[in-house]
Design a protein around this ligand. Structure first.
Ligand SMILES: Nc1nc2c(ncn2[C@@H]2O[C@H](COP(=O)(O)OP(=O)(O)O)[C@@H](O)[C@H]2O)c(=O)[nH]1
Ligand SMILES: [Mg+2]
Length: 360
């Protein structure tokens, strides 16, 4: 086979803030591309922490998933490329979709640009896509946080999620808010719930459109305090029911513990996933909004299962750890089950050291 040209793999990086809708879109797009276009899609997830709900969710949906854990893609570019290559070797996907950490601020300069510049023979890199939660878009320019609006400015295309939750006037305000921040970016509204707009995003992912945007010079150190103020928590445990347990009540009770302990603005994203051979259920809390993302099987659990909790909250690691651990440990007092075999990690993320930053 020496000298034979292999086809380049189409590569799309889908960034955006915590809870914006990245993972839901990745899985929805992968499904759409497979069912409507017959494409084989692989997914790369990235986050802090030792066990990721996102990875479980995407693999439950039946896709080949690799994860880069413990730090941002942008500071582990060689590992990112290694993962991408190993996926190409293993399953020859037509498309790879990659989701960076929700607080990343240098994905264009540290991932998208180097990927297209250094590996043009291997990867055909789509414009950098950034998901923005349409229900929060109008407040972006007034937010006390710097990161969400900066991410919009990095985008080549903005994907405006959750349009099903807005009326026509709200939708228009969201589009205008994004255009004010990123006048050159194309804006594509969609809803992962209704499927509206997902087909257009799929067509874009399959198109010949390429990433061309150059990095802006920007002092990324100014985001460091905001990133480290948001602690990360992850835990896994075994659930052993003695009688049938309602999965949604159980997941909701873990989320409620977080909602009762922190103000909505500080709750960036809390995710709970429960999996067993028979069931898979995910529930997620973003600010004051709880959503159930049913995955597989019934809502009742009768056999042993794994519980995974991920949280990103503006709080000290100590306080976040205490609240989330108590939420899990108190489950046996509210449900007919035992909890054991718990592993846990909780910390304030280390500052990122992007590999390709220049022009400060
Ligand atoms: N109503 C609605 N909810 C959505 C949509 N996209 C994502 N969500 C919900 O938003 C929450 C966060 O989504 P997720 O994909 O985990 O966000 P990520 O942190 O950006 O990966 C989940 O509860 C999703 O079900 C959408 O288009 N409409
Ligand atoms: Mg995600």
């Amino acid at each position: 086979m020496a000298g034979r040209m292999t086809a380049r793999t189409r590569f799309a990086v889908i960034g955006g803030y915590l809870g914006a809708g990245k993972t839901t879109l990745l899985v929805g797009l992968a499904r759409y591309l497979k069912e409507k276009h017959g494409k084989n899609v692989a997914i790369i997830t990235n986050d802090q922490g030792h066990v990721l709900v996102d990875t479980k969710y995407a693999s439950e949906a039946g896709f080949d998933v690799r994860e880069v854990v413990g730090g941002c893609f942008c500071s582990t570019f060689p590992e990112f490329v290694k993962n991408a290559r190993s996926i190409v070797q293993a399953s020859r996907p037509d498309v790879i979709l990659a989701e960076p950490i929700g607080t990343s601020t240098n994905i264009l300069s540290s991932v998208v640009e180097p990927l297209r510049a250094q590996y043009p023979e291997e990867f055909d890199v789509a414009p950098f896509l950034v998901v923005v939660d349409a229900t929060r878009a109008a407040g972006l320019d007034r937010s006390k946080r710097l990161i969400p609006s900066h991410q919009v400015k990095e985008a080549e295309i903005v994907l405006l999620s959750k349009m099903d939750r807005l009326d026509a006037a709200g939708a228009e305000r969201a589009v205008q808010a994004v255009k004010a921040l990123a006048p050159d970016a194309k804006v594509m509204p969609y809803s992962a719930r209704s499927g509206q707009g997902v087909g257009d995003i799929a067509s874009l992912v399959l198109s010949a459109e390429r990433s061309v945007k150059m990095r802006q010079s920007e002092d990324h150190r100014r985001f460091a305090a905001e990133k480290s103020a948001m602690s990360w928590y992850s835990s896994t445990s075994r659930l052993v029911p003695s009688d049938r347990v309602d999965l949604y009540d159980l997941a909701a009770s873990v989320l409620r513990a977080a909602a009762d302990s922190f103000p909505p603005d500080d709750l960036a994203h809390v995710k709970v996933m429960i999996t067993s051979p028979k069931v898979g259920a995910k529930m997620s809390l973003v600010a004051d909004s709880v959503q159930t993302d049913g995955v597989r099987g019934s809502r009742y659990l009768g056999e042993e299962a794994r519980l995974v909790v991920n949280a990103r909250v503006m709080a000290t690691p100590k306080r976040l750890g205490e609240v989330m651990m108590a939420a899990v440990e108190s489950l046996p007092s509210r449900f007919t089950l035992a909890v054991d075999d718990m592993t846990e990690s909780c910390y304030s993320p280390r500052p990122e050291t992007p590999m390709f930053i220049s022009g400060l």
